[in-house]
Write a protein that binds this ligand. Sequence first.
Ligand SMILES: Cc1cc2nc3c(=O)[nH]c(=O)nc-3n(C[C@H](O)[C@H](O)[C@H](O)COP(=O)(O)OP(=O)(O)OC[C@H]3O[C@@H](n4cnc5c(N)ncnc54)[C@H](O)[C@@H]3O)c2cc1C
Length: 406
Amino acid sequence: MSSPVSAPVEAAVPADVLKPDHGARSRHFIFSDFHEDLRESIGAFVTKELQPHAEEWEETTFPDWVFRRMGELGFLGLSYPEQYGGQGGDYFCNLVLAEELTKSDSGGLNMGVAVHTDMATPPIFLFGTEEQKQEYLVPSIKGQKISSLGITEPDAGSDVSAIKTRAVRQPDGDYVINGAKTYITNGHRSDYIVLVTKTDPDAGVGGFTLFLVDMDAPGVVREQRLQKLGMHASDTALLAFQDVRVPATAVLGEVGKGFYHIMWELQGERLIGAAGCVAGAQRAFDKTLRYAMERKAFGRQIGKFQVTRHKFAEMATKMESARQMVYATAWRFANGEYPVREISMAKLHAARIAVEVADECIQIHGGAGYMKEYGIERAWRDLRLNRIGAGTDEIMLDVIGRSYGL
Ligand SMILES: Cc1cc2nc3c(=O)[nH]c(=O)nc-3n(C[C@H](O)[C@H](O)[C@H](O)COP(=O)(O)OP(=O)(O)OC[C@H]3O[C@@H](n4cnc5c(N)ncnc54)[C@H](O)[C@@H]3O)c2cc1C
């Protein structure tokens, strides 16, 4: 017997609506048809021109032509104005890029590109002079100049205020820079670096200044090519700056405001990283789902064991919660808010769940998950960085906690 409440509803709603629509192509409200077309074209490019090289680039790091090709296709300046060679799109275009790049199956490549599009070039666009935009931003959007970002030092990572790289003003107005930076993505290939320095070590956070430094300037030494757990397709450098002389026009933004400039930069870096985490986790999930349908044990598809079904349900729920956080926060960011607390939450949550999902995906694959040929172990190794890079889990928790006045 139907209940008196459900009967009129059933009568009012067409029968097919009552069936759960799991196959619907879901699109969040932040995305339009334009974004979906962009998604398709980036996805097709990544699948055809990048993904086939994923394994090879683990050994060699990805080649520089990736930047040039992406520049030709307009993918390196999606949200920059047309006057600088950009596509004039909104911030959500950058999310689409970060998500679609995960189809490369190469976290190292995705990170190298994201450093360029969402970490090193945004401060040039926001704080740079017109001359700096012409000299660095325009060729970066074309893929003709490759960028890197230098914050971390051998003795200072989480504690950015403890960096030691010094830029000292000379009587003729130039600056001379001395110091070291480490773990610098694109450090070996980049044409220039957005460098965080101290111009006044006694002024606390008011003593920081950013510089645009050409990597072929005398005194810039690209030292070790660092070996890592994952992200093998990216190059990671230890850099030294030995009496590097730059003109005053190399100052990016305002002298003494560098700390605030770089804290702003980190927000975009964390949000785009969070989007990449969710998409990277989804990619591992999708592959694992296919595997769970094919692989049989005890006469059944392994996905049909209730325990495995529940694992997928847990993973999907985690990914959906992280995705909604990322999209809601991106919407606020794109609409002019500066939601540092929520960006920190999204980054923390997305990085954590991505590692959990990748780990579970290895488990569901069994021994195959441990083998290189399935690419799941690489996803785990690559995604693991996200709990450290761009601010560790602990630092995210601290930012969130402090935002409540604690
Ligand atoms: C592959 C890779 C690529 C990178 N690319 C770049 C790049 O392109 N440019 C760049 O500038 N940097 C880059 N980084 C650096 C990265 O951002 C730092 O590694 C990260 O910020 C952590 O700093 P750290 O390694 O010095 O760790 P530390 O600061 O030494 O931290 C060590 C541990 O102590 C904990 N800790 C520190 N302070 C606190 C605190 N106050 N409360 C609680 N716990 C704390 C940390 O959470 C961590 O667990 C990269 C790193 C890697 C691994």
